[in-house]
Design a protein around this ligand. Structure first.
Ligand code: ADP
Length: 403
């Protein structure tokens, strides 16, 4: 019983094939720079003894159709999919489900039309996701396909938290509200945290910090999202690699008046030139930390600002949750940077958050705890696995049982 998870970007397709009985990865890969003459593809076959055979090739892939065609051929040739009947479903990541998609949804023509209607809310992402779905359906017309929305986990955010203080009629007419993103990751690590706490998910309160290139914090109450830092778009909230996060909207008005910048220029500025990159010129946290270690003052400031914003959200979410069982760090920076975790949790003992420096700096695989014995609130590092969550939700949505 196999499920393929697909994440189609504007110029890339990432995929992972799972055996759903064991949740083991069987094959995975990435096609990059689709449409460019300098394309690249990597394939990984995950063997049952834990070893991985990897191939990387420079290859020009004309378009998404050609890309999915290659993936299908390789999955068949490598034996990862012996015969098509082993594949019970294909799950697609879709960035924006608007207010209408609150659950994984089997894809049909109406669902495709709805995803298309939502393109204005996430122009780059939804259009690319849609392209991936269309070509995958053409490739495997007989395999059921499911859309897994990044926004769905946040549909439980109450109206007082998802509404912006704008004229209500205008907001409604333009579907302006907080939707939140990274939902697949927040859901996956929340379930893992409940398992580590040995408590049912519907009894746990968590502050989940997804710190990757994009970053978001979520307040999880009884297993459900009740607030999250990203808003109508992924620009709001924490400071990110190249996105600004929270900024006074008056700054944008000021910029348009003072510089005459166009909407497209301001869009590029806030999405691609801000965040860590805006402060110190680098958007890769490893490089920013390395420069800060060497005494670079702008890199040091970027690190301080980044951790300060996380701390502010921890405080805000501790206030609204009225009791927190665990703070959870995930994604590239959350999983790997002891320094950012240490800075974000420092001086929070008055809230019951007490990090153990030795546990925090121990390099470990998998999930691990980094709080001290006397910490009221537990602190976990939990590797996210959005692809596995997509595959699990796909199977569940199709009513299939892995056992
Ligand atoms: P994406 O959001 O694209 O999936 P990731 O979750 O892989 O991104 O996170 C990417 C970020 O994680 C980058 O800023 C990278 O520098 C950072 N990162 C990865 N490993 C480390 C590390 N060992 N220390 C600090 N930052 C790291």
């Amino acid at each position: 019983m196999k499920v393929l998870a697909i994440n189609s970007g504007s110029s890339s397709i990432k995929y992972e094939l799972f055996d759903m009985r064991s949740c083991a990865t069987l094959a995975s890969g990435l096609l990059e720079r689709i449409g460019d003459s300098a394309g690249r593809q990597s394939y990984r076959l995950h063997n049952s003894d834990g070893s991985i055979d990897e191939q990387v090739e420079d290859v020009a892939v004309k378009d998404h159709q050609a890309g999915v065609n290659r993936i299908a051929s390789w999955l068949a040739e490598s034996g990862a999919i012996g015969n098509a009947s082993e594949l019970v479903g294909i799950g697609h990541r879709v960035a924006h489900g608007g207010a209408e998609f609150t659950q994984p949804t089997v894809i049909n023509e109406q669902v495709l039309a709805a995803i298309r209607r939502l393109i204005p809310l996430a122009p780059l992402h939804n259009a690319a996701n849609l392209r991936g779905i269309e070509v995958t359906r053409a490739q495997w017309p007989d395999i059921p396909q499911v859309a897994i929305f990044d926004t769905a986990f946040h549909h439980t955010i109450p109206v007082h938290a998802h509404q912006y203080a704008l004229p209500a009629d205008l907001a409604q007419a333009h579907t302006i509200r907080r939707y939140g993103f990274h939902g697949t990751s927040h859901k996956y690590v929340s379930e893992e945290a409940a398992r580590l706490l040995d408590r049912p998910l519907n009894e746990v309160n968590l502050i989940v910090l997804h710190l990757g290139n994009g970053a978001s914090a979520t307040a999880v109450c009884g297993g459900k999202s009740i607030d999250t830092s990203m808003g109508m778009t992924p620009l709001e909230g924490l400071m990110m690699g190249t996105r600004c996060g929270d900024v006074d909207p008056g700054v944008i008005l000021h910029l348009t008046r003072a510089t005459g910048m166009s909407v497209a220029e301001i869009d590029a500025l806030l999405n691609h030139e801000s965040g860590l990159k805006g402060i110190c010129g680098d958007n890769d946290m490893r490089e920013v930390l390395r420069r800060a270690d060497d005494g670079d003052s702008q890199a040091t400031l970027a690190v301080e600002m980044y951790a300060y914003r996380i701390k502010k959200y921890i405080g805000a979410y501790a206030a609204i949750l009225q009791g927190v069982d665990a703070v959870v760090f995930t994604a590239g920076i959350g999983e790997h940077s002891a320094e950012i975790r240490e800075r974000a949790c420092s001086h929070l003992e008055h809230l019951g958050i007490h990090l153990d420096a030795d546990k925090n700096s121990a390099e470990k695989q998998g999930s691990f705890a980094i709080h001290s014995a006397d910490s009221k609130i537990k602190i976990f590092v939990i590797p996210t696995n959005e692809e596995l969550e997509i595959a699990k939700q796909t199977l569940h949505c199709l009513g299939e049982n892995p056992s």
